[in-house]
Write a protein that binds this ligand. Sequence first.
Ligand code: NOJ
Length: 547
Amino acid sequence: MSHQWWRDAVVYQVYPRSFADSDGDGMGDLPGITERLPYLRDLGVDALWLSPFYLSPQHDAGYDVADYCDVDPRFGTLADADALIARAHELGLKVLVDIVPNHSSNEHELFQRALAAAPGSPERDMYIYRDGRGENGELPPNNWTSIFHGDAWTRVTEADGSLGQWYLHIFDTTQPDWNWENPAVHELFAGVLRFWLDRGADGFRVDVAHGMAKPAGLPDATVNSAGLIDIPEGEVPIYFDNDGVVEIYQEWRPILDEYDGDRMMVLEAWIPEHRLPQYIGTDRAHQSFNFGFLQARWGVDTMRRAIEKPLELADAVDSPTTWVLSNHDVIRHATRYGFAPEHRFGEGLSREETPDAELGLRRARAATLLMLALPGAAYLYQGEELGLPEVADIPDELREDPAHTRAGVPGRDGCRVPIPWVHDAPAYGFSPTGASWLPQPESFGAVAADIQEGVDGSTLEMYRTALHLRRELRLGEHADGVAFVEDAPEGVLALLHGGVLVAVNTTDADVPLAELPGAAGLGVIAASGPVDADVIPAETAVWLREI
Ligand code: NOJ
């Protein structure tokens, strides 16, 4: 079999509203992304994944889709999407689009039709409508709660003005769940896949990929939702990871396989790692995000486990694992690592929380360097290559995350602040007019891309070096596996892979290089912080190789 590009690809997540704004309305757009594609090529990534840019009322930043086959005017047009894909391909970059199959927007034409139709009608059957409990149906059909807090059901007013049935929404009220028991829903999504594959998309990132199938009879939950991310092991909400989900990927895979060029899908599923392999294989999905690495606490044992386990599981399904440290749903890793280890990952950072920014960035850079040495695919989130922190100081009235509106948690806006490109331009070069849908903190000036470009030791140059070396040394490939160095000094995580000795000093003291077995005669080819020849500095990662 020829080499399948996604097995060891580095994929860069573009969050369209916050990447680059070409028309000056303060909201990023597709032409803005197209202009910046050379930056991604130079960074050294293989592909980009675009978060949703479809027609949407934007109640969940586009994860509430009103038309899966059209572009929201805020982001551009279908012609802009075509131009973006074409330009990316010219530059040798693959493009993944986000598909959101668990729910649509309540503004989707089919939901509007369902709302207008009578209970029991085929229109209603596209979504999950049920009669309420209680004498007059005044209670929700079951006790499920929404990932964004509050009830997972909303009652509708029927055409005759009476209070009527309830519809299910695992997320916001404006995000009704599709009824995947209805074959018409399967047909609809097969059409959506083909639409984007025909336009040249190289694959899909599947949103809430463990959703869709619901348990028969929609029974009450004994374990209910606790946010999207910080779900204790073994406490996956009842509406996730049900049997019928895999069948959907078994249906989709032949569609992708009809096309040339190794079209692929990567699943977003926040479930325990041992449940993931069932979704992966040559007759189902290609790969899934491995969030265990993102969730691993700083430390030798925790990080080693978060590497070993997925490698072992990946071998079992013959599909390399993935690595990810940040995305648009979690506190940015440059900030996360500056917290006490018991800190959570989701729901944002409040103004009262004061992580150690310097320590956070140091560890984040080290964790990144470790990640980029590992076999498998790696997913980066825009701005992490600049070392951007989570922004806590966003006025409440400007926050858009529905979890904030519904429950008052800080929410995910802090990792979605527009990118600083130019240190002394309006909106730091994000938008020509200086407009920005979320305010950028002043500290963004000092980390703008132009300031870091070409500067030895900057976070941007560390990413570039690591990505180019990773490609040159084919570190993404699995060939000879990963061997942990068992007798590394205390507090040092060390492993050998692809001819590179990778060492992460997780302690707050320098460790003499001479104490690291196998290091003699090797030279440092990449480092997450300043190194001198004799030591691995505190909270720093190095790559060593014969030079
Ligand atoms: C996961 C997405 O990454 C997140 O941003 C979104 O809010 C939910 N799915 C609902 O679509």
